[in-house]
Ligand binder design. Structure first.
Ligand SMILES: Cc1ncc(COP(=O)(O)O)c(C=O)c1O
Length: 396
């Protein structure tokens, strides 16, 4: 007999980015030469100076349960980083270290959202925001941005979406999947709206902060008068190529931080001890030490922009951060290629996997079903080969 699962889990979608990656992995296992442009992780190795810090932590036997909130020196390093890079003053009792920033986002949503509360999700949004919202009993309210506005929401759109039930907005800059980066001025304009609604909180997911080609980065908490309502989220995964280390963090009002510690103490306890020590080296090294990765991403970004523009049918904007392109693909809807009818972005994504052997992710997963996400966290050779194959598969 099938086990009967809870209502909670039945309403939850499996991450579509993972579903696609699994399908691609199955084909790979069958010996098919798949190029994956579907993943959200850097193709670099974690830098040596970070690995050395982890080795030192092992030598020093950091093997016991760490404090639930994170080691003091790890939280001090986070506070230093937030001051140095973002001009934000946080006391260490406002900082909680978790097993990846995903857990930090979940903790914050869990302690802020009551069943029936509305959660604003500027779309396209990262897949997990919607499912985390549902998991904590909230109602996801997408606020749709389009390619014409570089996938950024406007203050007017934000204000229109607010109701008396709005409790939270989950915000992301630089954005996965669009690569959009909000300027300080744009954040300030959104902040002006939020200042009128003192009961709304903002989770600001800044995990792609360093993978930003504009030369400028603005944190939501920098908007004057909003800091106490912003939960700043960041982590090691993307900037330092540390996805497997599972370490991220949040900084927030002490009451919110304390509540997150309470949740974490009952669910996972403190984050991995060795990863926490490695995080100190990563944060103290800062942006300069990983510039070679950002430069490589930027080169690929220029390359993919050309390759995509060379294929008729894709409407492309130039992303300013993260490592994704999110072109609009409606030109292909209603067309038929080699017997495949393309009705939507999901069909197109599947067709590209089956015909071009290139894995992508449908925009449907991110709340914008007109688009497709291409990750360029892979080699130039693979990118050139992938877009050659795509071009061939989409000849019309
Ligand atoms: C926007 C965004 N936030 C958070 C995460 C999760 O990162 P972490 O590995 O720190 O849990 C990801 C990973 O794909 C992401 O794209």
């Amino acid at each position: 007999m099938e086990p009967k699962l809870s209502n909670r889990i039945q309403s939850l979608a499996t991450s579509q980015t993972i579903a696609m990656a699994e399908r691609a992995a199955d084909l790979k296992a069958e010996g098919v030469n798949i190029i994956s442009l579907s993943l959200g992780e850097p193709d670099f190795d974690t830098p040596d100076y970070i690995i050395e810090a982890a080795e030192k932590a092992i030598e020093n036997k950091f093997f016991k349960y760490p404090p639930v909130t994170g080691y003091k020196d790890t939280r001090e390093a986070i506070a230093r980083k937030l001051k140095r890079d973002n001009n934000l003053d946080y006391d260490i009792n406002q900082i909680v270290v978790s097993n990846g920033s995903k857990q930090s986002i979940f903790n914050a949503a869990m302690v802020l959202v009551s069943p029936g509360d509305e959660v604003l999700l500027p779309s396209p949004f990262w897949v997990s925001y919607k499912e985390i919202t549902k998991l904590v009993g909230g109602i996801p309210v997408p606020v749709k941005a389009t390619i014409e506005n570089d996938f950024k929401i406007t203050p007017e759109q934000l204000e229109r979406a607010i109701t008396p039930k709005t409790k939270l907005m989950i915000f992301n800059t630089p954005s996965n999947p669009s690569g959009s980066v909000y300027s300080k001025k744009e954040l300030k304009a959104l902040g002006e709206v939020l200042k009128k609604y003192p009961d709304i909180y903002i989770i600001s997911d800044e995990i792609y902060e360093y993978i930003n080609f504009t030369g400028n980065f603005a944190s939501f908490a920098e908007v004057s008068g909003l800091k106490d309502r912003v939960i700043t989220i960041n982590g090691a995964s993307k900037a330092f190529a540390m996805t497997g280390w599972r370490v991220g963090y949040m900084a927030a009002h002490p009451t919110i931080a304390k509540a997150c510690i309470k949740i974490q103490s009952q669910v996972t306890s403190g984050a991995n001890s060795i990863a926490q020590k490695a995080l100190i080296a990563a944060l103290d090294g800062g942006k300069e030490k990983i510039k070679y990765m950002i430069d490589a991403f930027d080169e690929r970004r220029q390359l993919v922009y050309q390759l995509l523009n060379d294929i008729p049918g894709f409407k492309v904007n130039m992303p300013e951060g993260a490592f994704y392109f999110f072109p609009e693909v409606t030109e292909f809807f209603g067309k038929e290629f080699n017997g495949y009818k393309i009705k939507n972005a999901t069909d197109l994504s599947m067709y590209l996997l089956e015909e071009a052997k290139v894995a992508t992710v449908t925009g449907e997963a991110f709340g914008n079903p007109e688009c497709l996400r291409f990750s360029y966290a892979t080699s130039k050779e693979d990118l050139i080969e992938a877009f050659n194959r795509i071009k061939k598969a989409l000849k019309f």
